[in-house]
Design a binder for this molecule. Structure first.
Ligand SMILES: [Zn+2]
Ligand SMILES: [Zn+2]
Ligand SMILES: [Zn+2]
Length: 140
């Protein structure tokens, strides 16, 4: 009951960010996304929602990524993985073997990048740094 309430609240919040009429299929997509923990592909969401049209799934995910609700990371082959963006600044650790995406935060990295900004001509407005690696699970 509590969990459902907070899930509903998150779904509402996600849909509100679209600023468009809420349709039942969109709500289904938003509900599934709100329940996700890690990163996912649009295709996996599509596979989990056979009753929702593929175009609707992809369009909703794209709109949510543009709205900043979803954060997008690219696998080495360029295919996107999405995750709920909690709006704290982070980087990604992307495993090229199992394709999992973890968030990575480091004050040391931010400090280094901040110092580097002084050497970059013009005014740096932000940065995007993702790491491609073999994750500990895959190393075992
Ligand atoms: Zn992210
Ligand atoms: Zn891995
Ligand atoms: Zn950073």
């Amino acid at each position: 009951m509590m969990a459902t309430d907070s899930l509903d609240a998150r779904v509402d919040e996600i849909l509100k960010s679209l600023g468009r009429r809420t349709t039942a299929p969109r709500r289904q997509v938003a509900r599934l996304l709100a329940s996700k923990r890690g990163a996912f592909s649009a295709e996996s969401i599509n596979a989990e929602l056979p009753e929702v049209g593929r175009a609707t799934v992809y369009r909703t995910i794209r709109l949510l990524a543009e709205a900043g609700v979803l954060c997008k990371a690219l696998l080495p082959d360029g295919s996107p993985r999405y995750s709920i963006d909690h709006s704290w600044h982070h980087h990604h650790l992307i495993c090229s073997s199992c394709e999992t995406v973890e968030e990575f935060r480091s004050s040391e990295l931010e400090r280094l990048l901040g110092e580097l900004s002084d050497e970059i001509p013009g005014q740096v407005l932000g940065h995007q740094v993702d790491f491609y690696l073999t994750c500990p699970n895959c190393l075992q």
